[in-house]
Design a protein around this ligand. Structure first.
Ligand code: NDP
Length: 303
């Protein structure tokens, strides 16, 4: 385990992974800025890893992606390029990259999407920079495999949420923002968009468990990772309200705000073929746990 290096150790997924792989080495941007080549070189010199789990990325919701497209493209491409280059130069045996279902095409002629659909059309304009940076990392990993005989892979997770997420509306993802709104509400909550698009959400601890299992079981496929359910955002809000025991809350939709991609559901059929016994946490249970944590630990800080 001390041959394992995890970037993005202070993030949502990194913190769950640290709970179940505590002997691995976890780093954050405070330790090494991965957009700087000399710092990535120093990172590999320090840890000499055999396995790299590259979670670090500049990640955020629709609003920040629209406001800062230049930084989203440049920083993500730099981080991924330097991480892969130094993993290659240091003979890293396993490299696991994190893509995102945002990187899939905005529209395809069949759903749910399979891994082979990744490049079959342009991604949604709402997060073009982040999506293209993720697509490029997928291509980079395939290139190293083909050209240098590596056996590296990537996972393509759907949207995540969990105790370690950001709950501030500008920084957070949909489910975590929803949890804060439900906590703060007296009689109603205001949600952005129409509520009609579909989304798959995964409790981030499930992704951490899958990362550990694929390492333990020597699984080298590149895989979608998502629970099968594809809920409308309106359904997710209702499930959230129920999980937080606030079923009396009314929902107001602000349809003047962008909806983002209409649907981007993927199938985890390939994953379930290799891990048939894996069970995902239900959305209601994951929200219940996250809400309890938020109430107990964070509610005061996020006022
Ligand atoms: P977070 O936003 O929670 O964490 C991002 C991590 O990246 C932090 O540890 C941050 O360090 C680190 N980081 C950012 N910039 C740099 C930098 N310049 N140098 C070094 N480290 C940096 O991410 P998540 O845990 O949510 O996501 C993990 C991975 O999964 C990412 O690759 C993401 O794209 C992908 N993913 C996430 C989804 C989601 O809904 N969250 C959905 C699908 C995929 P610091 O705290 O020091 O800034």
């Amino acid at each position: 385990m001390n041959n394992i290096l995890v970037t993005g150790g202070s993030g949502l997924v990194g913190k769950y992974l640290c709970e179940i792989m505590s002997e691995a080495n976890f780093v954050t941007s405070k330790d090494f800025d991965l957009t700087k080549e000399n710092e990535v070189e120093a990172l590999f010199n320090k840890y000499k890893p055999k396995i790299v789990i590259h979670l670090a990325a500049k990640v955020a919701g629709i609003q920040t992606n629209i406001a800062f497209p230049t930084e989203y493209l440049e920083e993500n491409i730099l981080m991924n390029t330097f991480m892969l280059k130094y993993a290659h130069l240091n003979n890293v045996e396993r490299f696991i990259g994190m893509i995102s279902t945002c990187a899939y095409p905005d529209k395809v002629d069949h759903y749910p999407m399979e891994e082979t659909d990744l490049l079959n059309g342009p991604p949604s304009v709402t997060n073009l920079s982040y999506s293209y940076a993720k697509r490029i990392m997928a291509i980079q990993i395939e290139n190293y495999n083909k050209q240098y005989g590596k056996n590296w892979n990537y996972l393509i997770p759907c949207n995540l949420y969990g105790e370690y997420d950001e709950f501030d509306e500008f920084k957070s993802h949909m489910v975590s923002a929803l949890i804060k709104k439900i906590y703060d509400a007296d009689d109603s909550i205001n949600l952005l968009g129409s509520g009609k698009p579909f989304r798959q959400f995964m409790y981030a601890k499930d992704l951490a468990r899958i990362i550990k299992i694929i390492i333990d079981k020597d699984i080298y496929y590149s895989l979608n990772v998502s629970p099968p359910e594809n809920f409308t955002i309106s359904d997710i809000a209702k499930i959230g309200i129920k999980a937080c025991d606030k079923e009396y809350l009314k929902i107001n939709w602000d349809s003047s705000k962008p909806d983002g991609q209409f649907r981007k559901d993927v199938t985890s059929k390939k994953l379930m073929n290799v891990l048939p016994d894996f069970t995902f946490t239900s959305l209601e249970d994951g929200i219940r746990r996250t809400y309890a944590y938020y109430k107990q630990n964070l509610a005061g800080e996020n006022k």
